[in-house]
Every structure is written in structure tokens, then in C-alpha cells.
Write a protein that binds this ligand. Structure first.
Ligand code: NAD
Ligand code: TYD
Length: 359
């Protein structure tokens, strides 16, 4: 099996949820990586320097470098490629929340489509004379659309995105694969299911529900609560990305998933039991705060991932059992009230006010 070595890795979107966990994994928990990481992040509402305060203190200026810029800032990003002699891109940067994309798609088109196009072109220019390089694009299972009660998405499932978010990610996937076919540019792509874990912005189901429980607020469930998602711990996702970076030939695409399907309402009840136990809250009161609200427009019914390709071809496997991972996630939010209040006091608050409270 191919073994690629990585020296200078550009991580885009490294202050966000998955990117920050990826950087921590690479620098702290991955003895097989001894190179440097440059974190390129423009710091939207979702980019939070507190996610990497420990990494900044331990590695800034030696193995870790933060550069605040957008992936579309061509001149700045070109200079970063040259300054750090980048040989690998792991492209996480994106607008990532479906509900926001429904309320305002423009930023999704700008960052996810035009931003990815610009980053591809910068990398292609800067790497024109190099062969030992790789551009890995991080994407989602949502590009495949919505499933009925049967079947799972494979790497050859047709694309059928149904939200502005998933349409923008599908577009970026097509650009990345087309750059591979047309220009012989070395790309890989992964489509992962729903991630959970520490540092996830509290607009997504799991962290929003944990925080609302702690704060005694209602727990909103969209529609009938029977939509199904496949959940994976962020560490399992990031180990899969590392596996692809080091072992995959260029031009390949992999599905990554937890093989762990849950109806939203069943997941919420499990999360209630765990949070009640850990935070000393009353399970019955928490259950009573579950509130069925108007459904998300175009709400995809079911996602399920067939990830046998990465398992068979590259030897990756999930390692974090779901209820243990959920427990650790609840522990993290309970242990980090300062992170929560910082996140809640900033642009997030303003955005909620503009988009919800003033409507
Ligand atoms: P996130 O919203 O937590 O973080 C996104 C990060 O990208 C932020 O730090 C933000 O500041 C940065 N960013 C956004 N636009 C940028 C731009 N134009 N230039 C530079 N930086 C920019 O997102 P996440 O949940 O960590 O997701 C990361 C990636 O993984 C995304 O591409 C997303 O589509 C993909 N993904 C997410 C999930 C999930 O469950 N969260 C599942 C599969 C795939
Ligand atoms: P989310 O975490 O937004 O991820 P995605 O839409 O990318 O799958 O939502 C996960 C599921 O939970 C999805 O079916 C929508 C639902 N949901 C709720 O029922 N209530 C909520 O408050 C949120 C944020 C999501």
C-alpha cells in the first residue's frame, strides 16, 4: 500500500469544529506525523481561536502557524504556499450549516464553491513543478440526497443535493474531481456522515441540545423527529482523513461513516439520559422540554453510509463506541463553560437575533 509522507500541511478552516480536532490529533496524538501545520482560517462566526488555545501555546512558531485569511484571498494564500513550502492541503473551510444555507445561501456559494475553485487554482499554480503533493477535499454525505428506509450511499451513488448547503458542497466535489481528471492535479475526496464531539458550534443538533439542557431551554425537534442521521465521532473521521492522506492513490474518493443510524428523537432521548446523569438533571423534566417545531424545508429524511471501500482498501475502522463518545462530548461541554459563553456572546448571538428574534 502507498505510504505518503507529509511535511508542510495547509489545513483550511482549522479553527472550526472538525478542523481544530484534526490539528490537535495531528500535533498531539499522532506519533506518525512530525511535520508542520499551517492553519488558514478567515474566522467566521464558526471559527473560534479558543478551539486551539492549547495548540497555540505549545506549538505556535515551531510546528503550528495560524494565518487569518480567506481561501479566496488569492495573493495572501499564494504567499502562504510559498512561505511554508506547502505539500499537502486538507480543505475543511466551508459554510457548514444547512439551516443557515436556507436563510442565506450567498456565503455558501462564495466560500464553498468559489473559495474551493480559488484554492484549487492557487495550489495548481504553486505546485506546477511538483509531483509529491496532494489536495484532499473534505465533503459530506449530504451531496447524495435523501434515502428512503432502505439502502446506503456508496461512492458511486448519484449526486442529488437538496439544500443550498449540500448543493454548494456537491459543486465543490465536482470541481475537485474535475481538476483531477482534466489537469492531472493530485486530489482525493471524502464524504463523511454527521460528526459529533468537542468544539462543535452549538447550532448543530447535539451541542445545541446539550447546551439547551444545561440552560433549561426547550429542545427543538424538527418535524416528526423521525429523520435519520448516521453519526460518527470526529476523531474517527479525522483518523480516516489521515489514512487517506498517507495511503490513498490520487484521484480516489471515499465514503466515511459511523455505520450508526439514529432517528433524531431516539438520539435526543439517549442524550437526555446521558446529560441528566452527568449534570445531575431531572430526566423527566428534560423529556418534557422536547418541543416539536415546524420542519426544516426540504428536510432530508435519511442518510446512511456504506464505507466498505475505505475499510477494505485502506484498513480504516471506527474506534469510538457511540454512547461512550456522546458521554465524552457531554463531559467536554460541562467542563468548558467559558468556551460556551464566549461563543454565545459574539457574532452567533447577533446572527440569531437578526435571523430569528427580529423576524
Ligand atoms: P465549521 O462551521 O465548524 O467550521 C468551518 C471553518 O471554516 C470555520 O473555522 C470558518 O471560520 C472557516 N471558514 C469558512 N469559510 C472560510 C473561508 N472562505 N476562508 C477561510 N476559512 C473559512 O464546520 P465543520 O463542521 O468543522 O466542517 C468542516 C468541513 O467538514 C466542512 O467542509 C463541512 O462541509 C465538512 N463536513 C462536516 C460535517 C459535520 O457533521 N460537521 C460532516 C461531513 C463533512
Ligand atoms: P444538524 O445537526 O443541523 O445536521 P444536518 O442537518 O447537517 O444533518 O441536524 C441533524 C438532524 O437534527 C437533522 O435531521 C435536523 C435535526 N435537528 C432538529 O431536529 N432540531 C434542531 O434544533 C437541529 C439543529 C437539528
Amino acid at each position: 500500500m502507498q505510504q505518503r509522507s507529509l511535511k508542510n500541511v495547509l489545513v483550511s478552516g482549522g479553527m472550526g469544529f472538525i478542523g481544530s480536532n484534526f490539528i490537535r490529533f495531528m500535533l498531539k496524538n499522532n506519533p506518525d506525523f512530525s511535520g508542520r501545520i499551517v492553519n488558514l482560517d478567515v474566522l467566521t462566526y464558526a471559527g473560534n481561536p479558543a478551539n486551539l488555545a492549547d495548540i497555540d501555546a505549545a506549538y505556535q512558531g515551531s510546528r503550528y502557524f495560524f494565518e487569518q485569511a480567506g481561501i479566496g484571498d488569492r495573493q495572501i494564500v499564494e504567499n502562504i504556499f510559498k512561505k511554508y513550502e506547502i505539500d499537502t492541503v486538507v480543505h475543511f473551510a466551508a459554510e457548514s450549516h444547512v439551516d443557515r444555507s436556507i436563510l442565506g445561501p450567498e456565503g455558501f456559494i462564495r466560500s464553498n464553491i468559489i473559495g474551493t475553485y480559488t484554492l484549487l487554482e492557487i495550489a495548481r499554480d504553486c505546485w506546477a513543478s511538483r509531483r509529491d503533493v496532494l489536495f484532499h477535499h473534505i465533503s459530506t454525505d449530504e451531496v447524495y440526497g435523501s434515502l428512503g428506509s432502505e439502502g446506503r450511499f456508496t461512492e458511486t451513488s448519484p449526486y442529488d443535493p437538496r439544500s443550498p448547503y449540500s448543493a454548494s458542497k456537491a459543486s465543490s466535489d465536482h470541481l475537485v474531481m474535475a481538476w483531477g481528471s482534466t489537469y492531472g492535479f493530485p486530489v482525493t475526496l471524502s464524504n463523511c456522515s454527521n460528526n459529533y464531539g468537542p468544539c462543535q458550534f452549538p447550532e448543530k443538533l447535539i451541542p445545541l441540545s446539550i447546551l439547551n439542557m444545561i440552560e433549561g431551554k426547550p429542545l427543538p425537534v424538527y418535524g416528526d423527529g423521525k429523520n435519520i442521521r448516521d453519526w460518527i465521532h470526529v476523531d474517527d473521521h479525522n483518523r480516516a482523513v489521515w489514512t487517506i492522506l498517507t495511503k490513498s492513490p490520487a484521484g480516489e474518493k471515499y465514503n466515511i461513516g459511523g455505520e450508526n443510524e439514529w432517528e433524531n428523537i431516539r438520539l435526543l432521548h439517549t442524550l437526555i439520559d446521558i446529560t441528566a446523569r452527568k449534570a445531575g438533571l431531572d430526566t423527566e423534566k428534560l423529556r418534557a422540554s422536547v418541543t416539536f417545531v415546524k420542519d426544516r424545508p426540504g428536510h432530508d429524511r435519511r442518510y446512511a453510509i456504506d464505507c466498505s471501500k475505505i475499510k477494505k482498501q485502506l484498513g480504516w475502522n471506527q474506534a469510538v463506541p457511540f454512547e461512550e463518545g456522546l458521554g465524552r462530548t457531554v463531559d467536554w461541554y460541562l467542563a468548558n463553560p467559558a468556551w460556551i459563553s464566549a461563543v454565545r456572546s459574539g457574532e452567533y448571538r447577533n446572527w440569531i437575533k437578526r435571523n430569528y428574534e427580529e423576524r
